[in-house]
Design a protein around this ligand. Structure first.
Ligand code: SF4
Ligand code: FE
Length: 493
């Protein structure tokens, strides 16, 4: 692996000449700019963990392409064990960063594209799979971070890609040349977009025959001419100013992912880096597999965050003198219960994994969707319980400037203290951490990351196998099976 350590990763980003804007100005160095640096540091932990003897087994894998040791974030899952290790790795990373470490999106894109390009070639006689493997071997060897770019702007949601007034609302091929493609469009909500080396572009939804120009999978370096990134605002992002070590709550890692719009203004993609070009019938499988892999993650990373939040709240109740109250213990128990329930779904969907024809393993899609859907509720409930236990001071705390001021510092210290012997500053720090993990952007990610709740409900209904369930009921009720009403068969694999 060329990029071995967290420091190597930061250095590699400094060499990247990608165009990133924030609040109307270009960011020259994403590793040092206060808006992006915490997210870069969170992603860097994925590199650091691979060198930590305690976690090496989780954070690395053996490449089936080269036989070399690689980061698990560039690995194609070859077994149920691989799928389970991924979930465990994400939980550890969530615990260590208290944040989104962003690198899973590319991993999930790699796994979806690997199996689907294999299937396209078998049916269509193309050579996408060989190209994809060559690109992947390069990613593994260099140990690059890849952003999986799926979500298109979508314009008028009542219309498909080919019916939009502005045809660029879905990323599309605007020109086909002998040696490659020219693409135009944008991808929104790109977690880790500004600190990835490569962009793996995939369609956002299943495409029909009319939308051939939108059925494109390809990869480009992040600093390819024509690519512009605009980094998003986040709740309290002014607190990421380097001087605010307490008020940001999680000064090292920021507490949320760091998302960007990535615009592609007539970007040339060499043929060697094109992995789908118009094969619309495979877009459904690609989106479906990517979504399932990404949804499987949430019982890993979010459980890690819930572990941190539960620890923060428990400690806060100890230093506020409320820890022994029975309702406090009960609420902390509920937080643990919700976290472990999320984790169970992710482990379960991995344990029920199955091999695709390419040899890459898929998770059980029903359980992955159920798990992610639970995250859209449980993380909010955990946050509600944390805010309940922490108390109203989360919303009324003076700033760290007042804490450190000669005129007001003594008052803040005196009137925001808890049990004797504990510095007020500790209570404030833990309070700010809880505030940053329970508000604004952090929870929106749990709701909409890896697809909004309705997207999971669609999959849950489709995979619910209702005809089988009706048969079960009719058998017990003594109704002849041939009188069953026809119910759409929904199993998709
Ligand atoms: Fe990874 Fe997504 Fe979780 Fe962020 S939210 S840590 S990208 S799975
Ligand atoms: Fe996400």
């Amino acid at each position: 692996m060329k990029i071995k350590t967290a420091q190597d990763y930061l250095k590699s980003l400094r060499k990247l000449d990608h165009k990133v804007y924030y609040k109307g100005k270009r960011i020259k160095d994403v590793t040092r700019h206060p808006a992006t640096a915490p997210h870069v540091r969170a992603a860097a932990v994925t590199y650091a963990l691979a060198n930590d003897p305690e976690y090496k087994d989780l954070a690395t894998a053996v490449s089936h392409l080269t036989g070399k040791t690689i980061s698990r974030f560039t690995h194609v899952h070859r077994s149920v064990e691989d799928l389970i290790k991924k979930v465990k790795l994400l939980r550890v990373l969530g615990q260590k960063t208290g944040s989104c470490f962003q690198r899973c999106v590319g991993l999930d894109g790699i796994n979806a594209a690997y199996s689907v390009t294999y299937e396209i070639d078998r049916k269509c006689g193309t050579d996408y799979f060989e190209r994809f493997k060559r690109w992947l071997a390069y990613i593994q060897e260099e140990n690059l971070m890849v952003v999986g770019a799926m979500t298109d702007p979508k314009g008028d949601r009542s219309k498909g890609p080919a019916e939009q007034v502005d045809p660029d609302q879905y990323l599309r091929i605007v020109e086909r040349r002998d040696n490659g493609l020219v693409i135009r469009g944008a991808k929104l909500h790109m977690t880790g977009g500004v600190n990835s080396h490569e962009i793996l572009i995939m369609p956002t939804t299943a495409m029909d025959e009319k939308s051939k120009d939108y059925a494109v999978v390809c990869a480009i370096p992040a600093d390819t001419p024509g690519v512009t990134m605009i980094f998003g605002r986040q709740a309290n992002d002014d607190r990421k100013d380097n001087r605010e070590r307490i008020d940001s709550g999680n000064p090292l890692f920021g507490g949320v992912g760091g998302e960007a719009v990535i615009a592609f203004e007539d970007v040339f993609v060499p043929r060697e880096r094109v992995f789908m070009d118009g094969e619309t019938e495979f877009t459904n499988a690609l989106v479906y597999r990517f979504a399932a892999h990404h949804r499987a993650n949430y019982g890993g990373c979010k459980t890690g965050l819930i572990d941190v939040l539960t620890g923060a709240v428990t400690y806060l109740t100890q230093i506020q003198g409320t820890a022994k109250a029975s309702h406090v213990r009960d609420k902390v128990t509920e937080m643990i219960h919700l976290g472990e329930t999320l984790y169970s779904s992710s482990i379960a969907c991995a344990a029920e994994g199955w091999p695709t024809p390419s040899g890459a393993y898929m998770v059980d899609t029903m359980l992955a969707n159920v798990g992610k859907h639970n995250a859209t509720r449980f993380h909010f409930e955990v946050a509600r319980l944390a805010a309940d236990l922490a108390g109203g001071f989360l919303a009324t705390l003076p700033s760290e400037y007042d804490l450190n001021s000669e005129e007001t510092g003594h008052l803040v210290k005196k009137y925001f203290s808890g049990v004797a012997g504990i510095a007020t500053e500790e209570r404030i720090k833990i309070g700010r951490l809880i505030e940053s993990m329970t508000g604004g952007t952090a929870l929106v990610e749990s709701m909409h990351g890896a697809g909004s709740p309705q997207a999971q409900r669609v999959m849950i209904f489709r995979e619910g196998n209702l005809d089988k369930k009706i048969k079960l009921a009719k058998a017990l009720a003594g109704i002849a099976p041939e009188r069953s009403r026809k119910v759409r068969k929904n199993r998709m694999h």
